[in-house]
Design a protein around this ligand. Structure first.
Ligand SMILES: Cc1cc2nc3c(=O)[nH]c(=O)nc-3n(C[C@H](O)[C@H](O)[C@H](O)COP(=O)(O)OP(=O)(O)OC[C@H]3O[C@@H](n4cnc5c(N)ncnc54)[C@H](O)[C@@H]3O)c2cc1C
Length: 632
């Protein structure tokens, strides 16, 4: 079992008394990306690393392991946005993981990659080596893929590829398939096929389009959740003495020397309010997630100068892009009922307690049954390119291109933000014309609720502080549907769902739309429904500290170093210059593996090895060479 090599108890520090005064590396946030980097850095026993995490180590409750059970709410943090004019002035929640392992402990377990074009666009925004080809080795490095069982392949012939080629087979994260599906999932696939959507048996090789049975982040053998804590922390906890983790502490500030080198971190205990400062003699790695990393940077004097000086914060680096370019994927939850349902149904999990208890028993005994299906949304999805949802796709792109972008971004935004948006908009337009790049996602686990997510948004929001109190949440503005194309895609997607439920395999289930309901028919009525019912987030916040050229509003360079500083990198989902059209976790792992695997990152470790005890010795010039070589 993958659990067999776990240290029996994670060694965690709750008190700063036990910490060193200085570490080679301090990682802010022990979530998905932070644990990857901390694990890889501590492979060298002479490198010391401290991870500071707001949450605590999970208690390995059933809800964090069994895909079909809800995750304990205490591991989720909920922030609320400001009112969204695109949602008729409603606010929207933003959920993130607040636990060692971060988002992957609480997420919906979809473990599918985006399309080649998603990552190639990152490269085209000035990031050599960050395209599909450059990232693929690191997707592989992070995972151990297990092909579907023969039984599953027989149940869904031609639907799931067992090809190992695009996958890794020796990495820490388990990647596999739920080994059970509700009988109606056959109708899901047959319905899409019926209306001309292809069944894609291999969505992980750079073409994430069509209807597919998604890989999930689970260990195949025991069908349990695989998350960053299990994959990158527990196996080394208490084993690597050079790896320290302190939980229940909020990082409030990064401190800089006169020459703008990141030298120490301030943090505060959630339990005692005691504040502490720990030094680094190498680097600070920021991995607090796309929602919190911009807040920490801004509090530390890195961000738009105007914002910082307005709050009396001394500017260390004037970076207008910190907190800008915020992206998430607006989602509409449609509702259906079925007159002719083949039982069992996923809704029995909620309505029939004795049946649900029986399924849990089956799961524990045989590791099969409905409890192997992720609680949040199942694992069957349709990822549709624009030309699959409307025949009029050229005019959608033409009108997207004609939008005056000054209406989309704050008028006060720096000119580099406009330049960056223009560059992204051009790339989005070409992705919208591609048959190999999805714009909408429809997920169905066979129940009443059907999420429709607008996964390649044109709209851009922002995250910024309005107080110097580090414990106040930042101001979150998704700016949902500020770009009219996003609403047009939502409208076309709702219509496509209706076409799918009218297919004969879905009609055979007696499918009836209950929300918004069949009486909502005109475009204007559907748009009103969308604005009244959609939420801003598909739980994939990204791009608030984007890896882009500085003149495009970028915050980090292709070595993920924060412009205008030394000794500071960001490695979380905030560095994605554009959202991946799909789910983010597999890309977060790949990005963090890639930065950890670069020779210049290792060079600093080799340097350390050679000169350990001497201290210092790691200069900006070396990294400059590293960045140049990165392109090769
Ligand atoms: C409910 C939910 C469902 C999702 N579903 C899916 C899915 O099905 N498939 C998928 O691929 N992705 C999904 N995601 C998204 C995915 O899990 C995230 O994109 C990914 O985990 C983000 O990794 P990260 O390293 O950027 O940030 P995180 O994993 O969020 O890590 C950031 C860490 O920093 C900590 N932190 C924050 N601020 C501070 C501070 N000031 N001091 C110290 N620590 C701090 C946080 O507690 C957290 O542990 C989902 C996310 C959520 C929340």
């Amino acid at each position: 079992s993958p659990f067999s090599h776990f240290a029996p108890h994670a060694v965690v520090h709750n008190d700063t008394e036990h910490l060193r005064k200085s570490y080679n590396y301090i990682v802010i946030g022990g979530g998905t990306s932070g644990l990857v980097v901390a694990n890889r850095l501590t492979e060298n026993p002479r490198v010391t690393v401290l991870v500071i995490e707001y949450g605590y180590v999970d208690g390995q409750e059933n809800g964090t392991a069994v895909p079909g059970l809800p995750v304990p709410g205490k591991y989720l943090r909920t922030d609320i946005s400001i009112p969204q004019s695109g949602l008729n002035n409603r606010t929207a929640p933003l959920y993130t993981g607040a636990v060692v392992g971060g988002g992957t402990v609480v997420n919906g377990m979809f473990f599918a990659r985006g399309s080649r074009g998603d990552y190639d666009a990152w490269e085209q925004l000035g990031n050599p080596g960050w395209g599909w080809d450059g990232l693929l080795p690191y997707f592989k490095k992070s995972e151990t893929f297990t092909p579907p069982t023969e039984e599953l392949q027989e149940m869904f012939p031609g639907t799931i590829s067992s090809d190992l080629k695009p996958h890794g087979i020796g990495g820490p994260v388990g990647s596999s398939f739920s080994n059970y599906q509700y009988p109606v999932i056959k109708n899901f696939f047959a319905g899409w096929k019926d209306i001309g959507i292809k069944i894609n048996s291999q969505p992980n090789d750079g073409n994430a389009t069509g209807a597919f049975y998604s890989t999930i982040s689970a260990y195949a053998k025991n069908q349990s959740r695989s998350h960053a804590s299990n994959a990158y922390y527990r196996p080394i906890a208490g084993v690597r003495k050079n790896f320290h983790l302190i939980t229940g502490h909020t990082v409030t500030k990064i401190n800089f020397s006169k020459d703008k080198r990141a030298v120490s971190v301030d943090f505060i205990s959630r339990e005692t309010n005691k504040t502490s400062t720990i030094k680094t003699d190498r680097e600070i790695i920021l991995a607090a997630g796309a929602a919190r990393s911009p807040q920490i940077l801004q509090l530390s004097g890195i961000g738009p100068k105007k914002l910082l000086s307005g709050l009396g914060i001394k500017t260390i680096a004037d970076l207008p892009g910190v907190g800008m370019n915020f992206q998430d994927q607006p989602t509409i939850y449609m509702q259906f009922s079925y007159n002719n349902y083949t039982f069992p149904t996923p809704d029995w999990m909620f309505s029939n307690a004795s049946w649900a208890a029986e399924q849990l028993e089956i799961y524990y005994k045989n590791r099969t049954g409905p409890m192997t299906i992720p609680y949040l949304g199942g694992s069957s999805v349709a990822f549709l390119p624009l030309q699959n949802i409307t025949s009029d796709y050229h005019s959608v792109v033409t009108s997207a291109a004609s939008i005056n972008i000054s209406s989309l971004l704050p008028t006060t935004a720096h000119s580099s933000i406009f330049s960056g948006y223009r560059a992204q908009s051009a790339l989005l337009q070409s992705l919208y014309l591609s048959p190999h790049a999805a714009v909408t996602e429809i997920a169905w686990e066979g129940g009443n609720t059907l999420p429709v997510a607008i996964i390649r948004p044109f709209s851009r929001g922002s995250i910024y502080i309005n107080t110097t109190n580090p414990l106040s949440p930042p101001i979150i503005d998704f700016n949902t549907f500020s770009h009219p194309t996003d609403l047009a895609i939502a409208l076309a997607s709702v219509k496509k769902v209706r076409e799918w439920i009218s297919s004969s395999p879905m009609r055979a289930l007696g499918t009836l739309e209950t929300f918004p309901g069949a009486n909502i028919t005109s475009d204007a009525e559907i748009e009103t429904f969308i604005r009244d019912a959609a939420t801003s987030s598909w739980q994939h916040p990204t791009s608030t500290t984007s890896m882009m050229k500085r003149e495009l509003g970028g915050v980090v360079d292709p070595a993920l170093q924060v412009y205008g500083t030394t000794g500071l990198r960001v490695v979380d989902a905030g560095v994605f210059p554009m959202a991946v059209a799909g789910h983010s976790s597999s890309s977060v792992y790949a990005v963090a593996e890639k930065v950890s695997g670069q020779w210049w990152f290792n060079l600093s470790r080799m340097w350390l090895l050679m000169f350990s005890g001497v201290g210092g010795g790691y200069h900006q010039g070396e990294l400059g060479i590293g960045v140049g070589m990165f392109a090769a």
